[in-house]
Ligand binder design. Structure first.
Ligand SMILES: [Zn+2]
Length: 75
């Protein structure tokens, strides 16, 4: 590497100043009013832009079953 091309501490830090993580952005669900991640379906009622996209009841049953299974495996 030629001395001319050396990246100084200042150059490195300047470049890395853009590397920080962004805080997640939240929206209020139009149907149930809960907070949810932007551009992602609401997990409490299963809708996206007032359209049903997730079967929340089915998911809850599945989660419960999984938790029960895990409990029996531990004991
Ligand atoms: Zn909702």
């Amino acid at each position: 590497m030629v001395v001319r091309m050396r990246s100084t501490r200042s150059h490195t830090r300047n470049r890395r100043s853009h590397h920080k993580l962004m805080e997640p952005r939240f929206s209020i669900c139009a149907k149930c009013g809960a907070k949810h991640i932007r551009h992602v379906a609401c997990l409490s009622c299963g809708t996206y832009r007032e359209r049903m996209v997730l079967d929340v009841a089915k998911k809850a049953i599945k989660k419960e079953r999984k938790a029960k299974k895990r409990e029996t495996e531990v004991k």
